[in-house]
Write a protein that binds this ligand. Structure first.
Ligand code: SAM
Ligand code: SF4
Length: 466
């Protein structure tokens, strides 16, 4: 990677100067900030950076939008539904803005990186004072300073594919943390907006990642998820002798009792070398999220995915052979333009063959600017919906069976939160990332415990601590 892709110390220092300036401006005013995140884990990780900067500048965080002085929506553009929800939320704030004209409403993230949305916000959502795209995140302190001191609205969707190291971060409570290892995507799947709004792939340097992991472990985090749109291409841009399998081995050597997870892997780049590393590294959870999107080779070709259903089956066989009992999950798109009943049957067949523990199923949503948005799409919405429901039904039957197989087993769990029901008051995760509700004496959030599975349902296992 050329050094220019890393934000210089000087530029970063400039932002810290703005942080001080904002802190000075709001000193003694007890201002509160509210943030809401749409979309993927990468967005959540970005919001944590923004919250870190807000905290550093003296804002107190609030869960109540109505009492906030600064409101930020971090948006997602992957499907139309996420965009509609963001616009709905911002629309609903016009009332609040009338009551409290001083409140600053900001919008950032993938939607904010698109010209068409910027125009819409400019025209129809005057309550939005500040808008910035994914590339401007590290410049947030200077943007906020301007929003606080200038009368005009501020729009910033410029910036290069940079990496900023050393920004403050405010993580949520609990034992889990996100750790971004790379940003952007080079794959240009024909349905997907991500490469257009998040730029090209760029990897963080391995020593920076290891440093952050050590800090997380020292701070008591027990489950750390490495994030990237395609973690298997980690390091290709660095010009160093490092790849994702090597990074896993390096991170596995960090002392401490914790699980490492990662997402997302792309089947065209996932390899036996990766599965060897996973199998060898005791801290790497035996869990794999490997989206296949469609079981039809023709649809995969038109999606520009660059693998086949057969090569996907071979990958899974290799992973299972090296890690018996590994849990598997995947993403599927139903109703891609031109998909036929026969194509859908092949997706269903793959689902039946592999027997995933968890599936994330999406109805295709056209994204303007992507190639697939211009493809002919003869299947009717009713047809697509019927396929979608058949897929859910098939998967529910598989999950019911797989969950039932855990009955009576003793498993290591990480307690990660409180549950709603009184009988099993805590939530936990298995190494395979299955959700468990737990009961028993002396349970604390953040503990690894041994527990026996007492009963199972479609969405949850129920366990008693040993
Ligand atoms: N980089 C990851 C990968 O390739 O597996 C996924 C990133 S994307 C944010 C998460 C999922 O959203 C994708 O795996 C895909 O199933 C789904 N997705 C992306 N674009 C979509 C679209 N236009 N319509 C429906 N689902 C979409
Ligand atoms: Fe989108 Fe494909 Fe990149 Fe995933 S790999 S973010 S689906 S373009």
């Amino acid at each position: 990677m050329s050094e220019s892709a890393i934000v210089s110390q000087e530029e970063l220092q400039n932002q810290f100067t703005y942080m001080d300036a904002v802190a000075e401006l709001i000193r003694g005013r007890h201002l509160r900030a509210y943030t809401h995140t749409f979309g993927c884990q990468q967005n959540e990780a970005d919001t944590e950076r923004i919250r870190g900067m807000l905290h550093e500048m003296g804002y107190e965080m609030t869960e109540e939008v109505s009492e906030a002085d600064f409101i930020l929506y971090n948006t997602c553009a992957v499907r139309e539904h996420a965009e509609d929800r963001a616009f709905g939320n911002i629309g609903a704030l016009s009332h609040l803005k009338k009551q409290r004209p001083d409140v600053i409403i900001a919008l950032c993230g993938c939607m904010a990186q698109q010209e068409k949305n910027v125009e819409k916000i400019k025209k129809s959502y005057p309550q939005v004072k500040l808008l910035f795209g994914t590339h401007a995140l590290w410049r947030f302190p200077s943007l906020l300073y301007r929003a606080l001191t200038e009368k005009k609205r501020i729009f910033d969707i410029g910036g290069a594919d940079d990496i900023a190291e050393g920004l403050p971060v405010l993580r949520g409570h609990g034992p889990k943390a996100w750790l971004s290892i790379m940003y952007g995507c080079n794959n240009f799947c024909t349905y997907c907006i991500v490469p257009y709004v998040r730029g090209r792939e760029r990897s963080r340097r391995p020593e920076e990642i290891e440093k952050e992991l050590r800090e997380l472990v020292a701070a008591g985090y027990k489950e750390i998820t490495l994030l990237g749109q395609n973690v298997n291409s980690y390091g290709k841009d660095l010009g160093l002798d490092v790849d994702f399998a090597g990074l896993l081995r390096r991170l596995n050597a960090v002392p401490g009792d914790f699980w490492l997870r990662f997402m997302t892997s792309h089947p065209k780049d996932a390899s036996p070398r990766l599965f060897d590393a996973m199998a060898d590294c005791e801290k790497v959870a035996k869990q794999l999220h490997l989206p296949f999107q469609s079981g039809s080779d023709e649809i995969l070709r038109r999606m520009n995915r660059r693998y086949t259903a057969e090569s996907y089956r071979a990958l899974i066989a290799d992973a299972r052979q090296k890690m018996p009992g590994i849990t598997l999950s995947s993403d599927i798109i139903v109703g891609f333009p031109g998909e036929t009943e026969a194509d859908f049957e092949q997706t269903l067949a793959l689902v039946q063959d592999i027997q995933f523990d968890l599936l994330f199923t999406f109805l295709y949503s056209p994204r303007s600017g992507t190639p697939a948005a211009a493809y002919e799409d003869p299947a009717t919405p009713q047809q697509k919906q019927a396929w979608f429901e058949r897929l859910l039904q098939a998967q529910d039957a598989i999950v019911a069976q797989r969950q039932a197989a855990y009955q009576g087993k003793t498993m290591r769990l990480l307690v990660d939160g409180t549950a709603k029901g009184p009988d099993y008051p805590f939530t936990a995760r298995t190494e395979g990332n299955l959700l468990v509700c737990v009961r028993g004496e002396n349970i604390k959030i953040g503990d690894f415990i041994e527990a026996v599975i007492e009963k199972t349902s479609l969405r949850c296992l129920f366990a008693v601590k040993q």
